[in-house]
Design a protein around this ligand. Sequence first.
Ligand code: TXA
Ligand code: MG
Length: 351
Amino acid sequence: VWSVDNDVENIRSCTQIVDAARLLRAGEAVAFPTETVYGLGANALSDPAVEKIFAAKGRPSDNPLIVHIGELAQLSTVAGSVPEKGRKLMNAFWPGPLTIILPKNDQVASLVTAGLDSVGVRMPDHPIALALIQEAGVPIAAPSANRSGRPSPTTAAHVFADLDGRVAGIVDGGATGVGVESTVIDVTVDPPVILRPGGITREQMELVIGPVELDPSFQVGAVETPRAPGMKYTHYAPEGEMWLVTGDEAQVRAKMAELLAEAKQHGQKTGVLATEESARYWREQAAADVVLSVGSRHDLEKVAQQLYAVLREFDNQHVQFIVGETFSRDGLGMAVMNRLEKAAGGRILSV
Ligand code: TXA
Ligand code: MG
């Protein structure tokens, strides 16, 4: 683990960055901070290097990776032509939490794109990530630096807990800022389609390129009856079984209390994913063993920042049954709710 100060003057020449970049060039996998979550990087032009990412994460190789570039000049090493709307999005949001799906070129490792003819590219808005990629001199493929199926890491300690001994190194740049992954938008189709909601909102992008569609796969609606945990939702799951309850506040609290009481009867250790507004209520009720707040429901940026750390904390405390409140889907709320729905495996009760 190399610690690097974010506001050091010439980050690129720090020995930690130089060492980490040398390992990347040598085909090793190295974890580093971005503005969204920590990534596990490797040379995007080398299949043997990228293979190390999949091995360290235990990730199925049919899921393509995002390529990170440190300067616009690196774009042509991985992507072919750039549609005009793609160019506009880059101008508006790079560096930043936006991944743009583009036609790929032949140089990019086939493991990166999982056999697709497109590639996802982003320029992260983080001084350490930019310096590291520039110093490495090659585009860097990087999924989130967690073991497959765990919440994405927002601190170097999270990465260490998941990947110690499995990677060549971890660059520690402190806690990440956005807290949820980048938005993924496909501009090879028109109108462009959001494949994953994230740090850049639909509203922000529509101001720049006009109408943008949502991929139906993440528009999980609230359901009345419990759903079997769907395979496609196993992504961000905590170890405990998680339920979300949505609706009018009083009824939500009553339903959550009922679920908690039932779980307690079954001898399970219980938890509430609460907000600043409700945490005290839940503690006073002593309705659950563990009450964790993700921040104020009126500050979705904070909620996004803290969400994964809170999910990990439930795991650390071996909570077996978790109930959570839901959030507005406006702006960053769409990404927050998408991650919560995945963590809950689609178990949402509408009251
Ligand atoms: O914020 C982020 O995006 C973080 C940091 C490290 O940059 N990275 C990240 O990578 O979340 P990962 O691998 O966990 O997520 C990549 C997402 C997946 O949902 C994948 O299916 C999608 O991007 N993706 C990548 N390439 C694609 C392609 N060519 N077509 C469609 N989807 C693609
Ligand atoms: Mg991930």
